[in-house]
Design a protein around this ligand. Sequence first.
Ligand SMILES: [Zn+2]
Length: 401
Amino acid sequence: MVFVVYAFRERFRRKRTLIATIPTLSISFHIDATSGTARAARLTTPHGVVETPVFMPVGTVASVKGVSQDVLEDLGVQILLGNTYHLYLRPGVEQVRKLGGLNRFMAWPRAILTDSGGFQVFSLNELRKVTEEGVTFRSHLDGSSHFFSPESAMEAQIGLGADIMMAFDECTEFPADQERARESMELTLRWAARSKKYFEQHKEEVPWNSDETQALFGIVQGGMDAALRKESAERTVEIGFPGYAIGGLSVGEPRAVTREIVEATLRHLPAAKPRYLMGVGTPEEIVQYANAGVDMMDCVLPTRAARHGLLFTSEGKISIKQARFASDQGPLDANCGCRVCQRYSRAYLRHLYAANEVLAQVLNTIHNLSFYLDTMRSVRHSIALGNRAQLLSGEQSGVKP
Ligand SMILES: [Zn+2]
């Protein structure tokens, strides 16, 4: 079915290419409702509409671990994240490009965003070497040496062909003193300008047979210094991108600091453009950030925690491995409408986990993703009603759309 829909879309797109010679915009962002600082909007991409605020599941190597694409569609996922660093190493950008780009390769007809690879180089490579030109790093797979520059990171992301790609940045380590944070921020700004220049010169090389191109977002850095964040935001906006991300957070700083820096940065990003907060967070945090005016978020937490038996529910986080669930015939979360909670008992889920069955990881991941997606649906519903969004709980389940 996915292939059929995809083939149809491709045919439609090719046909339109023949009749339309004027290139269309790569993305558009339309705000439908606001409530305080929060906004409910529609981000239209070459591969479909994304309703925001949105949580983007992480599909590191062109797969959301344990969950097939048809299930992701059923869960209502409208956009996935892919990691350029991982895909560059395996199966390789050229391979994905030859197979028609990420959408076609992974049989995913909806939107995709790729990161620039900068964060993975930072987090997976202790031996990386940063120069003005770029970053030399070693593969975590076989130790081989590689080099990413703003230009090569753009080339890789154009080859992968996601709807949204990210400028190449340096993720400033934590802690970093003011001088170091400024130096890193300045480097990210120079790399942002180089990323944009390369993208503008090469955006027609996208692997789709289409009149549309990808969109490149800029990334704000500046460590944990609110003044540097303001300067980084203003100067990144000056370079000019169709969307802006806040990077360099969730790198070990206290949660209160993350929140303070997010709020300090959001104030200096244009209201009419999508704002993407990279790498957060818990269900409580994604609601808080949506209320603060963030439109897009991603995090490995729901999928990674699920594989360790940690499940987010309307009654809080539970560990399914606990012996107290061994005879519990109730659903994982009585307020959750997902296919796992509708069908299986806590006792069975606990057994699967204890027996180390692959199905445990699959079902746990589906529930956690469903909880995050429901949380965001509820947030969008609250904003549309002009209310401040709150975390899903038993008492609030009645207002779920
Ligand atoms: Zn569920």
